[in-house]
Design a protein around this ligand. Sequence first.
Ligand code: NAD
Length: 492
Amino acid sequence: MTTLKMPLEVVQCLNFINGEWVKGEAGTQNITSPYHGKKIGEVSIPSLNQIKNAMKIASDAQVEWGRTPHKERARVLFNFRNILLRDLEEISHLKSAESGKTFNEGMAGLMKGIEVLEYALSLQNMDVGGRMEVSRGVSCEYRRTALGVVANITPFNFPAMVPMWTIPIALGLGNAYVWKPSDKTPLTSIKIASALKEAGLPNGLFTVLHGGAETVDAIIEAPEVKAVGFVGSTKIAKLVYTKATSLGKRALCMGGAKNHIVLLPDATPDIAGVGISDSFTGCAGQRCMAASVLLAVGDVDQHITKIKNRAESLKLGTDMGAIITRAQRDFLLEAITRAEKAGAKVVLDGRTAKAPAGMEEGNWIGPTILDNIQPGSEAATVELFGPVLSVVRCKDITHAMQIQNSSEYGNACSVFTNSGALADRVTREAKAGMVGVNVGVPVPREPFSFGGIAASKFGSGDITGEHSLNFWSDVKKVTTKWEKQNDNNWMS
Ligand code: NAD
């Protein structure tokens, strides 16, 4: 197991405008590592004027890039992929240090992002348009065109993977791309921007602007920005979606989640034990696809023991990472105590877990399993975003599906069973965009697309895969008719 390396000195995280690193005129903010609470970076915030200028530069740069043939754009993306693979370990250390992930989780996230990039390398093969003679002498044709400048705003929990859902596809389709990374995990953006520059992407086509709500508002309001992608909490997703669409812009905003796992008594205990434990503890529960509520149907006690044993064996700092902020860690501790006071049985208590040696100032909590959680309670309905599994006892599948269907969210739902018929029932009845059978984290892999439903997504289509092509481009329809020409000898 590779030991995570912290940056040796404070990382200066500047904005990336016109292919250059630019100091922001609106001050700096400190970035601390969730592992030990110490400062590891300083992020520079741009002024509104700097943002306006960056948009103009992006817009000017896009004109030529939009005219560049697919094959030439794909060559830049191909270089980008190879640079990311070359620097995989270095990038993974930095992104894990700032986000609290383990080193292996950091690597896995970046590799998932690279899968999207590899998918985007095929844009030239997918985007062949189509042409047909629709009546005598008249033909219709599809031609995809770039939108111009597009923007994307990303959350703290996947500093590379989530941005990589959109960067290769939006750039590959000929747009200029403006990225506002999370204000909590901005450091990874340095590696991604540097890799694109080294790959040969012309200046101005990739812009990184830091900050929080003010930067986001300025980006959305910029007249050059035609489409806004967002990934983060439901509250902010809704806000960004409303603002962008009210300004007449295209928006696709992915929100939060509260994912259910339906556990049936006929499931193989070892498979359920590993799948469910890894799902709620992976990335310390800080992923939008994490298992959060276990709908335990009938007698599944031996399965729950397996889940508990595996979760209990995890070592903090190496097998499971830290929580993004001290405030969020404290919120989790308090939410567990509130659930206990409301009658939950604490089967596995992460509140007493010990921080790894030398990291006592980090934001630590151990895996926690709460049994006898009441449907409708905080632990059953609110996205806690930590390694906490709420077990709700259900008398049958109908009861379990009623609870799942009553969630405001609709990101993921899985079932663990050995019955094809029951698995089919759950996959049909689940109110979720991504459904799994004997899979704890049902993330679709390329070319299948990623996206939830209900309050987990505002806008239509998915953020990756085939649907995303239509989000980041327009499709022009060209109808052509040529009258029969006079007989000219030279034409015959
Ligand atoms: P967040 O909503 O707090 O922040 C997301 C982004 O919005 C950040 O870049 C942040 O700087 C910016 N932001 C914050 N406040 C803003 C405001 N008032 N106006 C405009 N922008 C603002 O989310 P987070 O805490 O960084 O990430 C965790 C959340 O993201 C969880 O809810 C998780 O479920 C969700 N998430 C969803 C998906 C998905 O695909 N559905 C994927 C990953 C994470």
